[in-house]
Design a protein. Structure first.
Lengths: 225, 258
């Protein structure tokens, strides 16, 4: 991770802070005021020790682009370790860890980041990650994977997968066997056909073609984007 | 602990019959009814009229553990610790359960906890006390879904290798493709298969009579005796409950995960 404290490499780069302890909306307003009237710039935002949700990140990006500027990257204050944090959040009232949720803090790098999950993803468990997700195991009915990028499952998919969850329709889903309850890619959506599961075969791949999700045999030479 | 997620799949029946089957093999066994407020195990065992003290009395210090344990009518090495009927599940904490289980483990070869259905407090408390978990399911999609959820929770709580018992397998439905196969259930849940129990009307009759079905003989009894031997570490092949495909594969899987 690069040092967040020196954005001065380019004259058009600016570092703005979201102060800790301040309500996100209020901090965003302050940032908005700082940018208004200024020339378009590359903006680096220091979020301190704050944790941003995906939604907040999108709002931040939007606020900056409203002024014709660009969110270059989001940094954390030096006291924190680099990289995005993997949060394991429990369901309310239970002390068991059951939801694995990843909130990535760098939208520009998201698609290059990949989360590896070893083991079966079971009913009631969810992985939410800004980048790509690889699962070594099955995704069972009642489990959900929501990824900003691609999803690869070395196992059988029987649950719900949403690849390209921020609207990236170029995302793909690859699995040894695709038999999901529901598949979403970007803004596209498909259900399992009522006439039963797909026939047994090799690995399968789902992607968007002409505005529809198609599932076909996986070929390593498929070009994307 | 014997658990399931979904209610009505046969946890209590499994607990009672495993208790008897282990006792038949000469093991000293305690069965604990964790379903505080909705106790059942005493009825299935035909011991309802002998209850003086219960689990909550022990935990509250109203009596000694010794006083609350009810010896079985048939086996002097099989004991039941009944649940309180007039309390609710929040009356026991995980810590109290851990202490009680530690005491029971000292005295018995096997302590079987019959968990309540669901994944709430009663489940959490049982998890705290247990070393191993047996998940009971039936070959129905909704029961398998709930079992999957429970296995996820068990894994999160540190029970890495729960065991699976598939109850009420109906060969006729399997042959007509109207029921999940044993192998399909094992594929989805991906845990070690401990046993497969066929559907049998006599199970219901035996529960009403307070005589665990193991005592009747037959295929169900055979299945439970096999499970008991597997729990003692013996390698016992699975009964061909479905007749034909599926069972062999399931066995191989069990050995692999062991």
């Amino acid at each position: 991770m690069r040092d967040p404290g020196r954005p001065g490499d380019s004259p058009r780069e600016i570092l703005l802070h979201l102060p800790d302890g301040q309500d996100f909306s209020r901090a965003l307003e302050a940032l908005d005021r700082q940018l208004s009237g200024a020339d378009p710039m590359d903006v680096v935002v220091d979020i301190g020790t704050r944790k941003l949700s995906t939604r907040e990140l999108l709002r931040l990006e939007e606020a900056i682009s409203r002024h014709g500027s660009r969110l270059l990257r989001v940094t954390e204050s030096p006291s924190r370790k680099g990289g995005s944090t993997l949060r394991i959040v429990g369901s309310s009232g239970s002390r068991h860890r059951e939801v694995v949720e990843e909130e990535s803090q760098r939208p520009s790098e998201d698609f290059e980041r990949t989360l590896l999950h070893k083991g079966v993803l079971r009913a009631g468990q969810m992985i939410k990650y800004g980048g790509n997700v690889v699962i070594l195991g099955d995704v069972n009915p009642g489990a959900e994977v929501i990824a900003g990028g691609d999803v690869v499952v070395v196992g059988t998919v029987r649950g719900l997968i949403h690849a390209g969850a921020r609207g990236n329709s170029a995302a793909i889903v690859v699995a040894l066997r695709l038999d999901p309850v529901q598949l979403r890619i970007g803004r596209h959506f498909s259900r399992r056909p009522e006439d039963g599961p797909t026939e047994e075969g090799g690995p399968e791949m789902a992607w968007v073609q002409d505005g529809r999700i198609v599932v076909e045999e996986y070929r390593s030479d498929v070009r994307r984007r | 602990m014997v658990t399931s997620g979904k209610g009505g799949v046969g946890k209590t029946m499994v607990t009672a019959n495993l208790g008897v089957a282990l006792a038949e093999l000469g093991k000293l066994v305690a069965m604990v009814d964790m379903d505080v407020g909705l106790r059942n195990l005493d009825i299935i065992m035909g011991l309802e009229n002998r209850i003086v003290y219960d689990l909550n009395d022990v935990i509250d210090g109203q009596c000694k553990l010794q006083q609350a344990l009810i010896m079985d009518k048939r086996f002097d090495n099989l004991y039941l610790l009944p649940a309180a009927q007039t309390r609710d599940k929040s009356s026991i904490t995980s810590r109290q359960m851990r202490e009680l289980c530690a005491e029971l483990k000292d005295r018995f070869d096997f302590v079987l906890l019959d968990c309540p259905a669901g994944i709430e407090h009663g489940f959490t408390v049982s998890v705290a006390g247990a070393d191993e978990a047996i998940v009971v399911t039936t070959p129905e999609l909704n029961a398998v879904r709930d079992a999957d959820r429970v296995i996820g929770l068990l894994e999160a709580a540190g029970h890495r290798n729960p065991y699976l018992i598939i109850n009420r397998v109906r060969p006729r439905l399997v042959r007509r493709n109207q029921s999940l196969r044993v192998q399909e259930v094992v594929d989805i849940l991906a845990v070690g298969l401990l046993g497969v129990i066929p559907e049998d009307e006599r199970v219901v009759a035996s529960m009403n009579l307070g005589e665990p079905v193991v005592l009747y003989g037959g295929e169900v009894a055979h299945a439970f005796r096999d499970i008991a031997r597997r729990m003692l570490g013996e390698e016992v092949p699975m009964l061909p409950v479905e007749e034909g495909r599926g069972v062999l594969g399931a066995l191989r899987r069990m050995m692999g995960i062991g």
